[in-house]
Ligand binder design. Structure first.
Ligand SMILES: CC(C)(COP(=O)(O)OP(=O)(O)OC[C@H]1O[C@@H](n2cnc3c(N)ncnc32)[C@H](O)[C@@H]1OP(=O)(O)O)[C@@H](O)C(=O)NCCC(=O)NCCS
Length: 230
């Protein structure tokens, strides 16, 4: 079920003052809609504490929650991260998003037919630290194609690794498609962080290719079969 939540920024000042962000929220409040999140979420979508968060060095626990990317607010956040990572040379996209028509641009990168889902990584309450995308392709039967962005401020703290381990553990709860039995991701060979994560999560290298359209960039792809959710 998709739910549009009033973006936190659109709340009145008075409402904001009544939100005591310093208190500890119960898990029921977090996932049950007791809080107004900055990013619209999918209620009934994947919502779990991040697994292996003991390996994440950010000083707070992290929750994973499906983002409602059919909303302009969420689409804008995702696209902003994609464009920043593209400009930094970490990923490549043909999109040229400039804060207009976010839903149209997002559907260009993630067509609806690929059944995209986005799982955000949050400090409880609102701060979006990064996200994973899950999509399918007829050329990759049985696999969820994963994309990932951790926002620069939160990198190198183990969050990307924990997020991928989370994806492996909860793949079925996230994609809700019994025909999906594993994950696939690819990266530029020079993307040392992704190569390190692939080793850490014991993904299997599935192939290499030279991408002539991107100046001869070497792309490496990985797969991993996953167990049924515990
Ligand atoms: C790739 C990305 C998701 C990783 O997230 P992260 O939270 O920084 O990842 P982690 O902290 O869990 O792990 C990073 C690993 O890279 C290593 N690393 C970090 N900087 C590095 C560098 N400059 N050179 C080599 N290795 C490096 C870390 O030591 C760690 O490996 P380890 O666990 O073996 O020690 C994040 O950096 C990102 O969003 N990058 C931009 C977008 C992108 O490249 N997305 C992936 C597309 S496939």
């Amino acid at each position: 079920m998709r739910a549009n939540i009033v973006p936190f920024m659109l709340q009145s000042a008075e409402e904001n003052m009544n939100n005591d962000a310093s208190r500890d929220f119960t898990w029921q409040e977090l996932v049950g809609g007791g809080l107004i999140w900055q990013i619209p979420l999918v209620f009934g979508g994947h919502a779990k504490p991040l697994v292996f968060s003991e390996g994440v060095n950010l000083g707070q626990h992290v929750v994973a929650h499906e983002i409602d990317a059919t909303t302009e607010t969420a689409a804008h956040e995702i696209l902003s991260d994609i464009m920043a990572a593209h400009q930094a040379g970490d990923i490549h996209t043909t999109a040229r998003y400039k804060c207009k028509n976010p839903l149209r641009w997002l559907s260009m990168i993630y067509p609806a037919v690929c059944n995209p889902r986005f799982v955000g990584l949050f400090f409880p309450g609102d701060t979006l630290l990064g996200w994973l995308s899950f999509s399918t392709s007829p050329s990759m039967p049985g696999k969820a194609i994963i994309g990932a962005v951790i926002r620069p401020k939160y990198r190198n703290a183990g969050l990307g690794t924990a997020a991928m381990l989370h994806a492996q553990k909860y793949l079925h709860d996230i994609v809700r498609d019994e025909s999906i039995t594993g994950i696939f991701f690819d990266t530029q060979e020079r993307n040392a962080r992704v190569m390190a994560i692939a080793r850490r999560i014991k993904a299997v290298e599935a192939g290499r290719r030279v991408d002539e359209l991107r100046g001869g960039e070497i792309m490496v792809s990985f797969t991993s079969e996953v167990a049924l959710d515990a």
